[in-house]
Design a protein around this ligand. Structure first.
Ligand code: GTP
Ligand code: MG
Length: 452
């Protein structure tokens, strides 16, 4: 049973530091504070207090600052104690051992957040966002996670649910009071409401793509003919010699990935093998892999050698360049002031760079950031982003609503329509956690670290 025992864990990572933080949550937190600090009355809630922690033998473990939180007014909703000893692994271990000796249990990963969720302090989307806040690797990802932490996704889903309940209530009136002679043409209203709802849900589902871009990084593929300077450009962007560069065409055979921050965005930059016709079996595989990367890309950087005429590119590559955000880069402009040819494709910004001297690279980064702001990440400032888990549940709910609408249109019994709508509400309940599904909660909270 959750909440019946008192749990304890270090909330800071293992190792030495100025301070460490330990968290205690559960019914015994208050008694524990009284025993270890040796006072009889209740500590003043939410006040940082300096005290000596004495273990069961009465020996001082450390002089530390603690904060006590009353039941109902803490992160978990239970009474809680936070201890801030010196950041020594030994002190942390001695404190944990002493609290276990006094009847506390070491917490499982995510157990504090799980308790907060079970006590109704957070909905599931907020609980999940804590992991995202901690793991965010870019400013943009952090902002999205923090907005989820504030409960935006939950509120949006609540609005959907209440609109569905409205339609359900309307329909169920027909089931419960058939003899009341409700006007039959009222079926059109609910059908319209459902259509509007499915459209909005679909829009929300689509935002999971942006969320993935923020969490995993924008897949930025560097492509082009052999020897154009793709690997040199990657090295220049990273500021280190990551990829092998040589004057022989076909140097890069497999693709290579590296992370790069551009403004508030995290990029996963992928250097690929030069795309061309080849008889060499290994090189051919490299080219195939490059083409696969082009298909999976969120952003394309086409590198051309400014000293050569522009090569012919395979049709799938041209299509990708038309469809995805892309930049054309004429490289080696230290050798040729004006590119020897122009790549004909409307609407793609064309820039001159030199991987060798670094000329044009800051302009390139400026354009990348601009493109991402405009076309790749977060279409509007106020849009709510959902995770893959939320998108799956939304899609399931939407499927049930589409089903319900079709039944309405076919004039099928209202009971069947109402039952589909209930399924839709259940599916949406999974997003915020208004369901009883232990197995799902187990997998979800297992992603947390201990002490969260
Ligand atoms: N002068 C000059 N040389 C460059 C520039 N960029 C790359 N090179 C040279 O061009 C040659 C090829 O560079 P790479 O970076 O290996 O080219 P790549 O496109 O990765 O080639 P593959 O992996 O074979 O497809 C090397 O000799 C580089 O030193 C540049 O901006 N200016
Ligand atoms: Mg290369």
């Amino acid at each position: 049973m959750y909440g019946s025992d008192t749990i304890v864990a270090a909330a800071t990572p293992p190792g030495s530091g100025a301070l460490a933080i330990l968290r205690v949550s559960g019914p015994e937190a208050l008694t524990l504070a009284q025993r270890v600090f040796g006072f009889s009355k209740s500590p003043e809630p939410r006040r940082a207090t300096l005290a000596r922690y004495r273990d069961v033998q009465g020996e001082t473990v450390d002089e530390l600052v603690y904060v006590f939180y009353e039941e109902g007014k803490s992160f978990t909703g239970e009474s809680m104690l936070e201890l801030m000893p010196h950041g020594s692994p030994l002190i942390v271990q001695l404190l944990l051992e002493d609290m276990v000796a006094r009847g506390c249990r070491l917490a499982d990963p995510g157990e504090f957040t799980r308790r907060a969720f079970l006590q109704g302090k957070l909905d599931l989307t907020q609980a999940e966002s804590i992991v995202e806040v901690i793991n965010a690797r870019s400013r943009a990802a952090l902002s999205a996670a923090q907005r989820q932490l504030s409960g935006e996704v939950g509120r949006k889903v609540d609005v959907f649910v209440s609109r569905l309940l409205g339609v359900s209530a309307h329909l169920e009136a027909y089931i419960d009071f058939p003899e009341e002679d409700l006007p039959p043409e009222d079926q059109a209203g609910p059908a319209q409401d459902l259509a509007a709802l499915t459209e909005e849900m679909q829009q929300l589902e689509a935002t999971s793509h942006y969320k993935q871009l923020l969490q995993e990084g924008v897949r930025t593929v560097i492509l082009g003919e052999p020897n154009a300077g793709k690997s040199s450009l990657l090295n220049r962007l990273l500021g280190e010699d990551r990829a092998i560069v040589s004057d022989l065409p076909g140097t890069t055979r497999d693709y290579l990935e590296a992370s790069l921050m551009v403004g508030p965005f995290l990029l996963r930059v992928i250097d690929t093998a030069g795309i061309h016709e080849t008889a060499d079996a290994i090189e051919k595989q490299g080219v195939d892999r490059a083409l696969q990367q082009v298909n999976r890309a969120d952003l394309l950087l086409l590198v051309l050698d400014a000293t050569h005429p522009v090569p012919a590119l395979p049709e799938p590559v041209q299509q990708a360049l038309r469809e995805k955000p892309a930049l054309v880069l004429y490289n080696k402009t230290d050798l040729a002031e004006n590119p020897a040819g122009r790549f004909e494709l409307d609407g793609i910004p064309q820039l001159q760079v030199s991987a060798k001297t670094g000329a044009g690279v800051s302009d390139l980064l400026f354009h990348v950031e601009h493109l991402l702001r405009d076309r790749v990440v977060i279409p509007q400032e106020d849009s709510v982003l959902v995770s893959a888990r939320h998108a799956t549940a939304l899609a399931r709910a939407r499927g049930c609503i589409v089903e319900a609408r079709e039944k309405l249109q076919r004039d099928e019994p209202t009971e069947l329509v109402a039952s589909d709508l209930r399924d839709a509400i259940d599916a949406m309940g999974e997003i915020v956690g208004r369901i009883d599904n232990e197995a799902m909660l187990d997998t979800l909270f297992a992603k947390f670290c201990i002490g969260k």
